[in-house]
Design a protein. Sequence first.
Length: 160
Amino acid sequence: MRWLQQDLTDEPALLLTVSDVTVRALTEEKVIELNRQLEGKINQISDINRELEAFSYSVSHDLRAPLRHVAGFVRKLEHHLAGQLDDKASHYIGVIDSAAQRMALLIDDLLVFSRLGRGPLRLQAVDMQSLVEEAKALAEFGGRRAGGSCDDRALADGHR
């Protein structure tokens, strides 16, 4: 509000401006609500990250110990029965040993995967053909047939 002088007369005039701030107030309320929701999501993500860290600890300690026992006892059994094993028994021991090694690699991969969310992504060129070959080898190791191909020159940006 302000007072003005009129040009035609010397009488003061009052200039009054009225603005409806309803839209602005509603927008501010919406922003406050969205910020509250965002804080809730941040808290949920923090909780999930803590659970993931606990999972990583469990994997690295609780699963590795029995796996070391299996691998150790297979080696002891193989040593104890050296020369007495037929082909079938040697094959079984070999399967157990290679499966224990594969399980150790899977545990390592799980731990790497669980740490991915904690660090920044480092994008780099990924050779898609080698990725396809690796996936096929993993599937075939598990006793499954796998197929697929990729252009030899195929590259993609990714975190590896």
